[in-house]
Design a protein. Sequence first.
Length: 373
Amino acid sequence: MKYTTFVGLDVHKDSIAVAVARRNDKDVEELGVIPNSPQAIAKLVRKLGEPKSLRFCYEAGPCGYGIYRQLIAMGCSCMVVAPSLVPRKPGERVKTDRRDAKKLARLLRSGDLTPVWVPDEHQEALRDLLRAREDACQDLLRKRHQLGKFLLRLGVMRPDGIKAWTSRHRQWLQSIRFDEPAQQIVLAEYLHAVEEVESRIERLEREIAAYVEAFADGKVIKALQALRGVGLITAATLVAELGDITRFETPKQLMSYAGLVPSEYSSGGKERRGAITKSGNSHVRRVTVESAWNYRHTPKVGAPLRKRQEGVSEKVKSIAWKAQIRLHGKYRRLIGRGKRRQVAVVAMARELLGFIWAVAHQVAIENAAGRAA
């Protein structure tokens, strides 16, 4: 489709600054500021002309994807832009909403903007559930630290031989007694706060498991759990954050999207690589690194993993076993060369994404074969 009108939107909670760049015009036209409401957006589309000739863009942000979905439903084209990848002029010191809208319209016309993947309503709902659980886990860690620091300040140390937050540790916490009633109340409140967050995590995990059963990409989530260290929450997070994993043409594209590739600054005859870029999806990067820690251990298929692999094709199981052999060998080689464990695990996480990509493509092949049959 050859678009004739390119519209840049600088979106805020209550307002949207609008600018238009037409294909045959050199200058960019400001259209002012409109309210951030469906009625105002529909009126803007009617004012600009034929929807099929319009191409909109705005930066991804806290306002979500409602504008994108409304514009697509009206027959327009829309791009949600990665804010960190919008080109910026060196030395640019003036920033206003209208200038931002004009810049977006100009860059959209020239094709210099990078879009982000937009989830559908069901994927976004699963993503919200998973991120709510992630917030609850962070809250749990914070509550446990508060309790630990309270006991440390009063000189109460955990007995030797008791691991933190095991059943024995909880029994010991319940047995602590203070001379001051106020401190006993504080201890009880901290314990109650920890238990309350743990209950919230359990409720969210049940909701996630129930939602995944009816999810369109349930086969991919099931197949990903055949990999060591990838449970239900990790597999669901990968699918909710990445969407259709087969949209990545190569594993390297997926690794780059997750920000797990090394940064590079090379010039002339000098070549220099640094730490990973961390420029992609932080949720994918986090769960992948957490899973990669499991590949330090000797390859094996234990009872939990064998249970997760029930109903999975032999080819997917073969990919999962190959991942264990390759990643464990990589870990041993890197440690043998004197690399720190954290560095070795991040390197394994990068290659683990390659196996995740292979599993998703294998499921796609099996689904296509099933439809053909």
